[in-house]
Ligand binder design. Structure first.
Ligand SMILES: Nc1ncnc2c1ncn2[C@@H]1O[C@H](COP(=O)(O)OP(=O)(O)OP(=O)(O)O)[C@@H](O)[C@H]1O
Length: 345
């Protein structure tokens, strides 16, 4: 069931000097309960798009439909209720520095006039949910970056939103803290059946928690789909660059290392296998060794985790009779592996 639908949405800004089309004819459907990532380089239009989702800005043309309602036609109580149903977290947390952790979380509940007893109970539950027990009375400047973002998440969830928008929420955090915050987002997505829309310029964020991804460039969505299929088969240069960037972070696809391996193993065929789920791949490889009496030497292997599954690449050296090598390539493909011949010496 779709919860967010963008229908041919464009947003143009008029500055003194020129007109800028920040969002250009974007069509997107986001399903309820999904973690949907929007990735793009600086200036691609991600922030503009997110401001259209929470109705901070209205589109120049097209429609933003949330829960079957055109959000730009909402007024009065309907608009206030809509705002409560969307929570947001930010790169720099946007906490009130003069308020304690619990008082930051209580603020949205005070604003929506939840009775005192109920709001304290709710804030305490949220503290537990985000793992900040014991820090209730701390001030934001006494917290680590990860803890600050946990406060941001608890505050965003206070009014029980249906959608959580994340604006570069982990970009100011180190890799380990990023992973902890991503795990928390995954956890609340599952526990609360919350729809999460995140914008980022980091492909590892997309890979680790998103179900679907849209890639933006110059205001347009140039590619979108299931995370795994976009990773396995990127259709655009920009997407390819993002996928490579993620692989490099994990130490894979290091061109120097590959060129060293190619020099060190000049014989036979050097093949890159792309696989999903590691167990099945091992079985295919040992079967190929038996059936075709070839030798397979694994030179490098790498596996990465997505929200749903694992996938990876393996660089292997195949040696044996030429016709058997070709047959084994066909065999790999038949058994669902992606195959790329890198070198045939
Ligand atoms: N209020 C505004 N007035 C004029 N131009 C704007 C405004 N907001 C954004 N733009 C322009 O729209 C384009 C898209 O910007 P946007 O901030 O949405 O991109 P982004 O992908 O979020 O990039 P970043 O990560 O750097 O914020 C840019 O060319 C930007 O200069």
């Amino acid at each position: 069931m779709s919860i967010i639908e963008l229908k041919n949405v464009s947003k143009t800004y008029q500055t003194k000097q020129k007109q800028v089309t920040a969002v250009n004819q974007v069509n997107l459907t986001i399903e309820k309960g999904e973690i949907f990532g929007i990735i793009g380089y600086s200036g691609a239009g991600k922030s503009s798009l997110i401001r259209l989702l929470n109705n901070l800005e209205s589109p120049t043309s097209g429609e933003v439909v949330i829960n079957d309602k055109n959000v730009n036609q909402l007024k009065g109580k309907e608009l206030r209720d809509f705002r409560k149903k969307i929570g947001m977290i930010f790169q720099h947390f946007n906490l009130l520095w003069s308020r304690t952790v619990i008082d930051n979380i209580l603020l949205p509940l005070e604003l929506s006039k939840v009775p005192k007893e109920e709001r304290v109970k709710r804030a305490e539950e949220l503290i537990k949910l985000v793992g900040l027990e014991g820090k209730e009375k701390a001030f934001p400047n006494e917290l680590s970056g990860g803890q600050k973002q946990r406060v941001g998440i608890a505050r965003a969830l206070a009014n029980e939103p249906e959608i959580l928008l994340c604006d570069e929420a982990t970009s100011a955090l180190d890799p380990q803290t990023t992973d902890e915050v991503l795990d928390l987002l995954l956890d609340i997505n599952q526990k609360l059946d919350l729809t999460i829309v995140l914008i980022t310029h980091e492909m590892n964020v997309i890979r680790k928690i998103c179900h679907k991804v849209a890639v933006m460039e110059l205001g347009q969505v140039i590619e979108s789909g299931e995370v795994l299929s976009v990773f396995k088969n990127p259709q655009n240069k920009v997407t390819e660059k993002f996928v490579k960037q993620d692989a490099l972070v994990d130490g894979e696809e290091n061109e120097e290392a590959i060129s060293y391996l190619l020099d060190a193993y000049p014989e036979g065929m050097i093949v890159k296998l792309l696989f999903e789920g590691d167990k099945a791949t091992e079985a295919v490889i040992s079967k190929a060794i038996r059936e075709f009496s070839i030798d397979i030497n694994v030179l490098q292997a790498n596996i990465r985790q997505t929200n749903q599954t694992s996938f990876g690449t393996m660089l292997v050296q195949l040696t044996g009779e030429a016709n058997l090598l070709s047959e084994s390539i066909v065999f790999f493909e038949k058994n669902g592996l992606g195959v790329e011949v890198i070198q045939y010496g």
